[in-house]
Design a protein around this ligand. Structure first.
Ligand code: AMP
Length: 470
């Protein structure tokens, strides 16, 4: 199957081919014809599956044949984070290269006055986080009365972040006759309820996320004491010398501390988390994407919105409380046909989280013991996959207590990157046992065979009693 097999508008097809896509990914194969047909859609897919193009291509195609209205957007994409909004904006620009659509992105942390100025120009496609959009709607700066398409992206994340009341208020300002597409990486009963509330007679397309993580990324767990995590990380950095890596921490204080420590030790590192300004976050991301910064130390705010094509490593300093967040974190690597590795530094007290994660993934993760003088043995050995211990240099890094609760990751700001060259003081070479065991694939020119797609027509969706009507 090729993109030419869809009835996409010629200008849209041209830009897709220019983007170098030859084969539609599974979600694209299923979703594009349904959206072109005019169906509402419930898409169960995470980022990294080609989800953005799966809705943006048919949406742009359909917009091509319609009437423009001043200050009245025809399509709205709601996202939980600014990063995802910016990623969607990039997609709209890439796929809409040969169209004249006005695309405006409304996110917190940026000047509302400038955004209001933007809204006075042509606005066909609006991409927004709920809080800022609601502010501008309430000020009368924009109206949604002519909306034809509504996309609710990462509905599970919108739920987790407490945005659903805002989403409901926004949806209430849109016409009933719109076409609605709702995407979610996970399908909890709460997400299902949202789908029932916002969608009419939806078709459902599912790309199983756990298969993505299980098959496309080599994952391992390093069992280490709480205070040995940073030392274990540095050991891996020196041994593997990744050209680029994201290091996830559970708390923003931890992000700041670790980033500062790495910079002090001569690494090219930069923090990204919710307390940085939007422009600082953008600068940091750009520096990372351009290779000016090698190590991005991140909180979960960065987990879903970052799309760096060539990211060989993701490290986790501790596991996230929500195992699904792990899938999103490691989904930053192994994208677009490239290989990826995810290494998590886990202390014995995180055993429960590890078990919950393995249950979600449906498999045991490879475990390595890291002996730093504190961690003597693995808390939960996995005999078959057990590997021998690694030994690190005797000097332990400053203790950093692990913080369990994830930070709130909405609308936030940061320090500008301090680009430095990665130091090359270690003589260690990547160990053979860390080489991927099998070719690791993302979504390049071919459709990965491991994807299982369940495509079911869920038929008439009955709104749940008592739910606010959309
Ligand atoms: P997304 O799931 O929307 O975050 O997309 C993940 C990555 O896959 C992005 O870098 C896209 O540019 C890329 N991509 C999307 N569709 C295709 C395709 N059919 N072929 C190759 N790459 C793609």
């Amino acid at each position: 199957m090729t993109f030419a097999d869809f009835s996409l508008d010629a200008d849209i097809l041209k830009s897709v081919l220019e983007a170098g896509y030859t084969t539609p990914t599974p979600i694209q194969q299923e979703a594009i014809p349904l959206i072109l047909e005019g169906r509402d859609l419930f898409g169960c897919a995470q980022t990294g599956t080609g989800k953005t193009a799966s809705y943006m291509l048919p949406l742009l195609s359909k917009l091509q044949s319609g009437r423009v209205r001043a200050r009245m957007p025809r399509a709205l994409v709601l996202t939980p984070t600014r990063e995802l909004a910016l990623q969607v904006q990039e997609g709209a620009a890439r796929y809409g290269k040969y169209t004249k659509f006005g695309v405006v992105t409304l996110i917190g942390g940026e000047s509302m006055v400038l955004q209001e100025k933007e809204l006075k120009k042509r606005v066909d496609i609006l991409i927004a986080t709920p809080g800022r959009l609601l502010d501008l709607l309430e000020r009368g700066s924009i109206m949604l009365g002519a909306l034809e398409f509504l996309v609710i992206d990462e509905a599970d994340r919108l739920l987790d972040m407490g945005f659903i009341p805002d989403v409901e208020k926004i949806v209430a300002k849109t016409p009933q006759a719109r076409q609605t597409l709702l995407f979610s990486a996970t399908v909890s009963p709460a997400v299902r309820k949202l789908a029932d509330r916002f969608l009419t007679d939806p078709a459902q397309v599912t790309v199983t996320p756990k298969e993505v993580s299980a098959q496309t990324i080599e994952q391992s767990v390093v069992m280490v004491s709480a205070r040995g995590k940073q030392k274990a990380l540095r050991h891996y950095l020196e041994q593997e010398k990744p050209s680029a890596a994201i290091i996830f921490c559970n708390r923003k204080t931890e992000v700041s501390r670790l980033s500062a420590d790495l910079i002090k030790r001569g690494y090219s590192a930069s923090p990204i988390h919710g307390d940085l300004t939007q422009s600082q976050r953008r600068e940091t991301l750009d520096a990372f994407k351009e290779g000016k910064v090698t190590l991005l130390v991140a909180s979960d705010v960065a987990a879903r919105g970052i799309d760096v094509a060539d990211l060989p490593f993701v490290f986790n300093i501790g596991l996230p409380i929500n195992p699904e967040e792990y899938v999103h974190r490691i989904g930053r690597t192994g994208r677009a046909g490239r290989s990826g590795r995810a290494v998590s530094f886990v202390e014995p007290s995180e055993e429960k989280l590890l078990k919950a994660l393995e249950k979600l993934l449906g498999k045991e993760l490879d475990r390595v013991a890291f002996e730093d003088g504190d961690a003597k043995e693995e808390a939960a050995p996995a005999p078959k996959k057990q590997r021998t211990s690694k030994r690190a240099s005797p000097k332990a890094s400053a203790p950093e207590p692990q913080e369990a609760a994830p930070e709130p990751v909405q609308e936030v700001p940061a320090a500008s990157p301090a680009p430095k060259q990665p130091r090359t003081r270690s003589k260690a070479t990547p160990s053979a046992r860390h080489a991927p065991k099998a070719p690791v694939m993302g979504f390049g020119d071919s459709v990965p065979a491991f994807f299982s797609i369940a495509f079911t027509d869920v038929g008439q969706a009955t709104p749940t009693k008592g739910d606010e009507a959309s």
